[in-house]
Design a protein around this ligand. Structure first.
Ligand SMILES: C[S@@+](CC[C@H](N)C(=O)[O-])C[C@H]1O[C@@H](n2cnc3c(N)ncnc32)[C@H](O)[C@@H]1O
Length: 187
């Protein structure tokens, strides 16, 4: 995994670990492998909040790939603020959001825009269940703004017309469960 120098200005919302340290974690590659298994050959993929573009390493080579992020931790990232009134600048079949929704101020707004633009969405979320105060404090310390249960997540997705086709478990521990979902529009 290459680390890249920062070339552009730095948004204060960006955390240091997103510029490299996190890519050393085994679960991050497992999450990307599970997400890639939800994406068909030759799909045109928008990786939203792509960070270091780790997903790209795990996709079939027949896929077209564009990584979008608030930061330039990879030199080919297209800068995009998912908390703004964004539109994707090109057409894609699948949008991927791995470990991103937790950190957005308006994840529902971002999901609504994304669901309109693509045929399928693949996302991950670290859901809480019986999380202790210490769990919630740790989540807040790493910048997570949303502490949804899996039921809360499914409700948010259903309200945006997204239905789950596939579910993978990345890891589970007392209080938290990390899931990868493939979703398509219900209509
Ligand atoms: C936990 S990292 C996940 C990176 C990548 N998806 C992966 O799985 O390796 C969260 C990513 O979301 C990006 N991000 C956070 N807020 C964002 C925003 N408002 N717009 C776009 N990207 C954002 C961060 O810059 C960071 O790269």
């Amino acid at each position: 995994m290459a680390w890249w120098p920062r070339r552009r200005g730095r948004d204060p919302r960006l955390a240091d670990r997103w510029f490299g340290a996190q890519a050393e974690e085994d679960w991050l590659h497992e999450r990307c492998r599970l997400a890639a298994a939800c994406i068909e050959e030759s799909a045109n993929v928008a990786d939203l909040g792509c960070g270091l573009q780790v997903l790209r390493e795990h996709l079939p080579t027949s896929c077209a790939y564009t990584g979008y992020d608030l930061g330039d931790m990879h030199p080919e990232n297209v800068l995009l603020d998912l908390d703004g009134p964004f539109a994707l600048p090109e057409e894609h079949d699948v949008a991927v959001l791995l470990g991103v929704l937790e950190f957005l101020a308006d994840p529902q707004g971002a999901l609504a825009r994304v669901a309109e633009a693509v045929d399928a969405v693949v996302l991950s979320f670290v859901c809480v269940h019986e999380a202790s105060k210490a769990d919630l404090k740790r989540r807040e310390e790493v910048g997570a703004k949303h502490h949804w249960t899996e039921e809360d997540l499914m409700q948010v997705l259903n309200e945006r017309g997204l239905r789950s086709e596939t579910r993978h478990l990345v890891w589970e521990r007392p209080g938290e469960r990390h899931v990868v979902l493939r979703l398509t529009s219900a209509d």
